[in-house]
Structures are given as structure tokens and as C-alpha cells.
Design a protein around this ligand. Structure first.
Ligand SMILES: CSC[C@H]1O[C@H](OP(=O)(O)O)[C@H](O)[C@@H]1O
Ligand SMILES: Nc1ncnc2[nH]cnc12
Length: 293
């Protein structure tokens, strides 16, 4: 029996990325989940034969703010659609001089400062604790780095993304604090997205696309949406080129994830089988069906 998996690449498009061009056999389809509705219909298609599923994180036309996104529905819908990995594309502010607007950062860590979001698929009736010590799949990071360097994009491998609640941008004191913490970039969306991807046993990586210097830089104006939109329109073309390069590189049948992302639930569920809530177990069919049977 072969343990090979044929990858299906989930793509989450952030601000400014509401569609993916060049997809063959493209079709927008609504996917329902036990957690409610995802941000939008999902765009199914193929890039050079590799199956992809694209979700605009805030919905087409950007109707939904970061705190109101149904992160659980988004991740569940991608899992239900057959995705095995997720590439997230996000606009971010820079907290470092050497990461100017237009730069791409393949982040490898997050600090989660969000507080008004549903952060787990699990809960009363089925308690689970997955590790997010290394929240980004290094295999996806490698593929993104290779593709970005092949396209000569300005890219940095590694960095910490501070996830704030928003929707307001940071105060200067906050921005300076996050710089002291050693953070590289700041945004409002990648948590709990990355944590939920881990619970759903999906490999996850983010390309953080710098649009501004937030509000700490003495020689740059404070971030505004106009500024973010202007830069991200340029970034969006680069992001699409990156997607066209990386997806074919990830499409070949593969063995289990060397980092274990696809087995994250193996030792995570602590609730005794007889104490588990059947209603919650039913909702976990897509996310945790592999271990819950
Ligand atoms: C339009 S600027 C603020 C907005 O952009 C980022 O979103 P995304 O990660 O979906 O690109 C940031 O986190 C805020 O939600
Ligand atoms: N400076 C910033 N803070 C939070 N989210 C952002 N998204 C883009 N720029 C940002």
C-alpha cells in the first residue's frame, strides 16, 4: 500500500488578492461547514495540472474585517475541499529597517496578541492541545523561498509576525514594543489561522508582503489604508507570479510531512472516549476524522 499523498494546494489571499489568474478549469463553489460560512465561495482550479483551491480571506470586495472573519469555517472549508497544504498571502507592516515596502518575508514564527476570536475547533466535550512550537511547515517555506529567489523577488526567509487584533493600526508605543520583542512584521490575520491549520493537520506557510513601516519609522508617514493599497497592488502581481511558480513545485505526490504537520493530532486529544460529546465529534468530521474515526 502506498502512503503517497497527491497535494491539493489551498491558497488564502489577503488584502488586495481576491482572485487568482491563470487557473484552468476554474469554478467558484460554496462550501458549507459545521462552523458556519467561510469568507466567500472557494475558487477551485488547476495550475499546471496541480489542484488548487483559493479563498479570498476577507471575501471578494473585502467586506469582512480581521476580527469578524470565521477562521474556523475558512480552514474547515479548505480541509473539506481536499486541501493538504495552505499557502497564506498577507499584507503586513514592517517593524524593521531592512524590510521595506515591496519586500516579502517567509515568516517562521508568530506572536498572537489577538483576543476576540474563536481559536480552536476543540472544546468542551473533546479537548485537544496541539503543538504550535513551529507553526510554519519548513517544507512549504523551502518551496516558497526557492520560488521567490528563482523570480528574483526581494525576500527574507524567517521572521516573526506579530498578530494584533485591530482593526485600528498600532499606537507608536505598541509598535516600538513589538520592535523590542524582535518582531519583523505586523498584521491582523494570521492567528488563529495558523493554529487552526495545525489542528486540521494542514501544512501552513505565509508569505508576508510588506506594505508600510507601520508608525515607528521617523522618516516615513504613519500607515494608512491608501498607502497599503498602493503598495499591495504592486505586491499582488509579484504574489501571483510566486503562486504560479510555487504551486507546480509542490504538486508532485509526496510522503508524510517530515515536520509532522499532517499528524498533529496523533497525541493531542485528552478527553476520554466515553466523555466525548457526539455533537462536537460530528462537527470535527473533516478536521479530525483521521483520528476520531
Ligand atoms: C488593508 S491593511 C490591513 C489588513 O491587511 C492585512 O490583511 P491580510 O493578512 O488579509 O492581507 C492586515 O492583517 C489587515 O487585515
Ligand atoms: N502596519 C500594519 N499593521 C497591521 N496590519 C497591517 N497590514 C498592513 N500593514 C499593517
Amino acid at each position: 500500500m502506498s502512503d503517497l499523498v497527491t497535494p491539493v494546494i489551498g491558497l488564502i489571499g489577503g488584502s488586495g488578492l481576491y482572485d487568482i489568474d491563470g487557473l484552468e478549469e476554474r469554478e467558484w463553489r460554496r462550501v458549507e461547514t459545521p462552523w458556519g460560512a467561510p469568507s466567500d465561495a472557494l475558487l477551485f482550479g488547476r495550475l499546471e495540472g496541480v489542484r488548487c483551491v483559493f479563498l479570498p480571506r476577507h471575501g471578494r470586495g473585502h467586506p469582512t474585517p480581521p476580527s469578524e472573519l470565521n477562521y474556523r469555517a475558512n480552514i474547515d472549508a479548505l480541509k473539506r475541499a481536499g486541501c493538504t497544504e495552505i499557502l497564506s498571502l498577507s499584507a503586513v507592516g514592517s517593524l524593521r529597517e531592512d524590510l521595506p515596502p515591496g519586500h516579502f518575508v517567509i515568516v517562521d514564527q508568530f506572536i498572537d496578541r489577538t483576543f476576540a476570536r474563536q481559536k480552536s475547533f476543540f472544546g468542551t466535550g473533546c479537548v485537544a492541545h496541539v503543538s504550535v512550537a513551529h507553526p510554519v511547515c519548513p517544507r512549504l517555506g523551502d518551496a516558497l523561498e526557492t520560488a521567490a529567489r528563482g523570480l528574483a523577488l526581494p525576500v527574507t526567509r524567517g521572521g516573526t509576525y506579530l498578530v494584533m487584533e485591530g482593526p485600528q493600526f498600532s499606537t507608536k508605543a505598541e509598535s516600538e514594543l513589538y520592535r523590542q520583542w524582535g518582531c519583523s512584521v505586523i498584521g491582523m490575520t494570521n492567528m488563529p489561522e495558523a493554529k487552526l491549520a495545525r489542528e486540521a493537520e494542514l501544512c501552513y506557510a505565509t508569505v508576508a508582503m510588506v506594505t508600510d513601516f507601520d508608525c515607528w519609522h521617523p522618516e516615513h508617514d504613519h500607515v494608512t489604508v491608501d498607502q497599503v493599497v498602493k503598495v499591495l497592488l504592486g505586491n499582488a502581481d509579484k504574489a501571483r507570479a510566486l503562486v504560479r511558480a510555487v504551486v507546480p513545485a509542490l504538486g508532485a505526490p509526496r510522503g508524510p510531512c517530515p515536520a509532522g504537520c499532517d499528524r498533529a493530532l496523533d497525541h493531542a486529544i485528552i478527553t476520554a472516549p466515553e466523555m466525548r460529546d457526539p455533537a462536537l465529534l460530528a462537527k470535527l468530521d473533516a478536521v479530525a476524522g483521521r483520528v476520531l474515526g
